[in-house]
Design a protein around this ligand. Sequence first.
Ligand SMILES: [Zn+2]
Length: 374
Amino acid sequence: MLFSQILGHNEAKQLLLKSVQHNHVAHAQLFLGQEGSANLALALAYATYINCEDKQPNDSCGTCNSCVKMNKLVHPDFNFVMPVTSTKSVTKDVLSQKFLAEWREFVLASPYQGLNEWMQYIGAENKQGNISKEESRQLVKLVSLKAFEGDYKIVLIWLPELMHSTAANALLKLLEEPPAKTLFLLVSQSAEKLLATITSRTQIVQVRNFTEQEVVTYLQEKHNLDRDTAYQISQLAEGSLNSAAKLTNEISSDYFAFFTEWMRACYSYKFTEVVDMSEKFQTLGRENQKNFLLYALNLLRKVVLFGVDSSLITYLPPNELDFVQKFSKVITGSNAGEVTEELSQAHYYIERNANPKMIFVDSSIQLAGYMRKN
Ligand SMILES: [Zn+2]
């Protein structure tokens, strides 16, 4: 992975580049960021840069012998440890080593994916993955070998917070007495779940979430989405490229169509239609029901802003703009609070496993009343 393949994050990139250029590479570093952030991607780009034979001021060369191998994740001095579990094809000696081929494919497909995606990818079904105590023996063996080609042997541990305590203690020992020319890159989502004695021996690289604009660019470039759809999804992704990718599969413009249809039915008191729609709402499934309500809240916020001052809305897809214009006459300052509260409540109850059909019908009756107030 090259730094240039990661959107934004210039400050973090510069810090990492400088540490190599000034020979200040810490032997253990902790790339800390939420799921769907650039924590793994940055660690990969950093490792590539360290091993690059023709370092450029702002990136690896991308073409030297080392870069070619690093980019395919097959460099012999670049090792991985990640949570795994027994599967249909691996039933005993469940170690990271056995999943290397899958790991390479998985990371090369997208370094922004999360643990759930990884577990699905290896066919773990509902089992939880971890870094077992057997893995610690493997780890000690690994670092006792000399680097084959590069200056450094690099061990990347993905989600070290899922280490069995024996494995964590083995890692701690290695960090206390670091083997020569060995780098540990820990890529973690929650430092508080790591041993404090481990964290204190690492240099921490804080990785922020992606910005809304970065998510839009990512979806346009990687998922070939049009700007309007990318924009809709960026509103729900909360800076996670993993969520954004998942939403790409889940969401469609149907949210918009469904919402407008719903609001029209409520406004005109067509409760038979509302009941029919509640059946459809039921079939969306809980995650989608929640996404839909969040989407509705987002759109409603725009309606209210538009009513206050249309210049507050910087961008809206044309079909949404048309709806927002018309709807801003129905939802105004006098009922916006109640409508918002109603939708938030619906989301709250859905999250707590209430009956989706009942919630939908109840909310519709309330919303109809609030809308007619104007
Ligand atoms: Zn290179």
